[in-house]
Structures are given as C-alpha cells and as structure tokens.
Design a protein around this ligand. Structure first.
Ligand code: D5M
Ligand code: FE
Ligand code: ZN
Length: 483
C-alpha cells in the first residue's frame, strides 16, 4: 500500500479520501496504481486529484455517474444522423408552395417511374391525343376525390399544368380509391378515348420495395422507443415513468430482465417531451408546471436518471418548443437548454433519419396521423400502426395538405420517405401499436400521460405506460408494461 501511495504522489497526483479507501481495500494496490498511471498517461487533461471514480472502472465496478468523461471508456455507439430537419425559414408565398409541391410531385413521380411497368407513364399535361380507346398510365397528384353511392368514384389527378379525370367502377376499384388521399402522388392504369378522362383499372402507390430487408446486429442491442411524456401535465404518470427509469438502470429487476436492461444502448423519444403551454383550450387547468422552461428542467431531471451508457435521441412534438409546421427543427435551445446539457442526449428535428448500428430509423412525432387516420377507411386511433404503414405506401409523412398538419414549403420536401427505413417510429396518438410491413417495423410508442379532459371530449382513449423495445439482432419487439 505504501509503495502504491508513494508512486502516485511521486507522479504528482493527490488522492481523495474515497480513492484512498478504495486503494486500501483493493487486493493489489500496486498493480492498481500502475494500471491507473498508464491510463492517466493517455489523457490530454490530467486530473489533479484521483477520485474513487478513477479507480472503479479499473476494479471492474460499475462506474459512478460522476466520473469525468475523459477517463470513461467511450461506449461503442454506432449512431449516424442521415437527416434531421433544421427548419429552414420560409415566408410561405404562393411561389414557395408551388415549388414545394413540384418537388414532392417530381420526386414521387420519379420513384414511381423507376419501376419497370411504369417507365412509360405520362402526367396529366403529357396525355396522348387519341380518338379511340387507348391504354394509358398516368402519374398525378390527387386534387379531388368523389365517391358515389352507386359504387362509382371519381379522382382528379393533376400536374403543374393540367388535370385528368379518372373514373372508377366496381366494388374492388372503389375500395382502392377509398385509400387514395388528397395531395398524394399515385399512378393510375386505365384506358382513355379522348386524352382527358381515364377509365381506371388499377391504382399504384409509390410504396416501399417488396424485398425482404434484414439488417441485423451481431450481438443483442436493445433500442427503447417512447414518446409523449407530457412532463409538466398533471396527468403525466410520474410514478410509472420513474419505475421505467429504474428499470432502465437495472434496479429492482429480476435476472432475465436485468440482462436485457444491460443491453439497452439507445432510447428514442418521438416528441411531446413536455406538455407545453397554451397548446389546447384550458390546458392551464391541467398543468402542474406552468412555465415551459421549468417543464424542460423537470424533463432533464428525469432524463438525467437514464444511465450514461444509453444514448437518448429526441425529436420534437407539437407540445414541444419548436416550429409547429413540419418539418420542425430540434427543440429550441432557449427552452430546451437543460436537455442540451445532458451529455448523452442527441437533439434532432422532425422528421429525422438515423443509422443505428446499421439499422435505419425514421423518426417523426406523427402529427399528420390526425389527418391520415380519419381519411382512411381501415384506419383508426386505436391502431395507429396501420396508418403508419399507409404512410410508408404513400412514401410521405404528411400527404394531406390543408387540414390539421401545417407544412412549411421548403424547396425540398423532407417529408418524402427516402431512404426506406428499417424501423419507422412515431408517437402522438397516445396508443402504442406495432406492425410489420415488407420487412419494416412500424412502431407507435404510446404515451406517459393519462387521458386529459380535452382528449375525453374528443373521444381519445390513451393506452399509457407501455414501452416497446427492439432487439436489433433479431428485430423482435417486446413491450414493457409499467402500469
Ligand atoms: O395528441 C394526443 C392525441 O390527441 C392524439 O391522438 C391527437 C389528439 N388530438 C390532439 N389535438 C387534437 C385536435 N386538435 N383535434 C383532434 N385530435 C387531437 P397531443 O399532441 O398529445 O395533444
Ligand atoms: Fe402527445
Ligand atoms: Zn402530439
């Protein structure tokens, strides 16, 4: 012990009482000190005083949260941000909107035309001039939709110059039309006799490729998906969320669960971290914390309990301090500063695409589900994952323009789904749900907020306290219930 102690002093280091204690208790103080000195040599900024936390990793003990990051072994994260909106300032003139929709139209049209059977497709302004029945494939943006009681339906497809009317007959086609959303880009196969009206035989959506996707990690890597914490709301389920944090820390969990908890490397939060202020009518009556800054302080307080070995990725929701129009920039620093100060947090915009250990994640809050779910016959607010799959088919995160989801007409439409993700994560609906479509996992991650009076009045019935987690080694999804 004495030799070890002197070796440290001779190298110019002081020992804190805690470190001294640890050294005294260790089996071989001399080798511990020489290991420490070797490690300290590699540091640019050397500490003056050796703390317990410098010694613990060398003893194979769980490091304390206070270890200076310089000495901590950096965990082998593999996180690459492919895109994450910065929320470009846009005035929103007619010119801006025209340019925005042209970008959407052209890129989705090219996506459709890249398929062998649509290479010869036309657009409304390039319809052939014909006088006898001719087969045609038309790609256009849906500008109107009428469904008739007698089983027929009419769509209008447009490009920047012209419009084509498309007529649908029969139950099967009518069912297909009912799936068409305004402002999405589709291709219609049919026959025209005048180059103005098409009698449809089929509709094709941009969709994702049918190939089986199988990116996998070699070892178990768990990613936890959550959203809609609504911290600051009286209805935020504090206790249950604390149990979740405890679980993440591997506290009070049985051995098999602990093994999973230890392998969690990423926690993704798809928006609505806080409840915000003035988001819905009479919200103040349901706010426990009425100051937005304080809400984020509280949020950071909770998230600081997440182990440092877990990277936390946060995108904004409509209750967060960000631009309410999509795409939204990361939560504003002015309000979210406490989150930015957490070392293991990555703040991104909505939408964001990240590559985690070779697996592509598409992250969005999912505000557009408010518009998409009511527009689609087979979708509902109890199974939001179904509508998420429809968004994949549309290859767009917010196809419908002019309803509840406002869009910023940036020159490039960042809501187009490209690249095709392996995992599509959204929240917002406050109901969790998991679906698989063409090898892609669509996960809605539910909420930590009990039903608000406003949701009660809207007939929204949340399913809180359930957290999906995915093992990237086999794409298995497990749900944890903290109710
Ligand atoms: O959204 C929580 C849930 O409430 C989600 O299903 C959408 C629904 N919601 C929220 N605002 C509205 C409006 N204005 N109309 C219809 N449905 C709504 P959150 O973003 O957490 O408030
Ligand atoms: Fe929410
Ligand atoms: Zn929301």
């Amino acid at each position: 012990m004495k030799a070890a102690y002197n070796a440290l002093l001779n190298s110019g280091y002081q020992l804190s009482p805690g470190a001294f204690q640890l050294l005294k208790e260790s089996q071989n103080p001399e080798s511990l000190v020489s290991a420490l000195l070797r490690q300290l040599e590699s540091l640019d900024k050397k500490p003056l005083i050796i703390e317990r936390s410098h010694l613990e990793p060398l003893l194979g003990k769980a490091p304390l949260a206070t270890i200076p990051s310089s000495i901590k072994q950096p965990p082998p994260y593999s996180l690459q941000v492919i895109s994450g909106s910065e929320g470009q300032y846009i005035e929103g003139t007619i010119h801006d909107f025209r340019r925005y929709f042209m970008d959407r139209f052209n890129r989705l049209k090219d996506m459709l035309k890249s398929r062998a059977d649509m290479r010869d497709a036309v657009t409304p302004s390039s319809m052939p001039e014909v006088s006898k029945p001719t087969k045609v494939k038309v790609i256009g943006m849906v500008s109107s939709k009428k469904e008739f009681k007698n089983g027929g339906a009419l769509l209008e497809l447009e490009d920047d110059v012209d419009t084509v009317r498309v007529s649908f007959r029969g139950e099967e086609l009518k069912k297909k039309v009912s799936r068409a959303m305004l402002d999405e880009v589709i291709c219609v196969f049919g026959t025209t006799s005048n180059g103005k009206t098409v009698f449809a035989e089929d509709i094709v959506w941009p969709d994702v490729p049918p190939k089986i996707r199988s990116p996998r990690t070699k070892n178990d890597v768990y990613v936890v998906l959550t959203s809609d914490l609504h911290i600051g709301s009286k209805l935020f389920m504090r206790q249950q969320f604390e149990s979740f944090l405890k679980w993440l820390r591997g506290e009070d969990v049985g051995a098999p669960q602990k093994e999973i908890a230890d392998k969690i490397r990423y926690l993704i939060i798809a928006g609505d971290v806080v409840d915000g202020v003035g988001v819905y009518p009479n919200q103040e009556e349901e706010l426990l914390i009425k100051d937005l800054n304080k809400q984020y302080e509280e949020a950071a307080h909770y998230l600081s309990m997440v182990p440092d070995s877990i990277k936390i990725i946060i995108v904004p929701g409509n209750h967060d301090a960000s631009r309410p129009t999509l795409p939204s920039p990361p939560i504003y620093r002015d309000f979210g500063a406490p989150l930015y100060s957490l070392k293991n947090v990555v703040m991104l915009g909505d939408p964001a695409v990240v590559n985690i250990e070779g697996v592509i994640f598409l992250l969005t809050h999912g505000k557009s589900l408010d518009d998409v779910i009511p527009a689609l016959p087979d979708c509902n607010f109890k199974e939001p994952q179904k509508a998420m799959v429809e968004l994949l088919k549309s290859r767009h995160l917010a196809p419908i323009y002019g309803e509840k989801t406002s869009l910023a007409p940036e020159p490039r439409d960042s809501l187009i789904i490209d690249p095709v993700p392996d995992i599509f994560h959204a929240g917002h609906v406050h109901v969790w749900g998991i679906s698989e479509y063409r090898g892609i996992l669509a996960v809605n991650s539910g909420t930590w907020q009990k039903q608000t009076n406003y949701q009660l009045s809207m007939g929204i019935d949340p399913a809180p306290g359930v957290v999906p987690l995915i093992n990237l080694a086999n794409f298995k999804v497990t749900t944890l219930n903290f109710l």
